[in-house]
Ligand binder design. Structure first.
Ligand code: DQA
Length: 141
């Protein structure tokens, strides 16, 4: 089982950005957390972060035939990107949408998620734990 973890813009600023919302743990901490639970479960993982929408589209396309599942936190692109939605639809890889914060309790513009239409599950408001929950959902499929 190979899972790809994708993170969108500004998630590399974890630990610095809005700690009241996203916590004080860093992006390096998130990567270590993901690697640890994947190792425990015997899952191979790829992890990629980009601030660029096209780079995330490229990563989704490159996952075709290589990964069995995708866990994606598209960050702000959740609310704007039809290109990411189309990329997930194009590859047909089971994908779970994750958000650190509970977007349902935040601003109106965060209530829209384009990528959700192509995802088998959405997990929000569980911090780092959400990534593990997403992986477990994909493993159970
Ligand atoms: C986020 C929520 C998004 O609305 C926001 O733009 C982010 C992070 C989250 O993990 O809670 O950058 O995806």
């Amino acid at each position: 089982m190979k899972l790809l973890f994708l993170n969108g813009p500004n998630l590399n600023m974890l630990g610095i950005r809005e700690p009241d919302i996203y916590g004080r743990r860093t992006y390096a901490d998130l990567e270590a957390y993901i690697r640890e639970f994947c190792a425990e479960k015997g899952v191979e993982c790829g992890i990629f972060q980009s601030n660029h929408e096209g780079a995330l589209v490229d990563a989704i396309q490159a996952a075709y035939g290589k990964f069995d599942g995708i866990v994606i936190n598209p960050a702000a692109y959740t609310h704007t990107s039809v290109a990411l939605l189309d990329a997930v639809k194009a590859v047909g890889i089971p994908t779970v949408e994750v958000h650190l914060s509970d977007v349902s309790k935040r601003e109106d513009f965060r209530q829209v998620s384009h990528i959700r239409l192509a995802c088998c599950k959405t997990i929000a408001g569980h911090g780092f734990e959400g990534y593990r929950m997403a992986a477990e959902h994909l493993l159970a499929l």
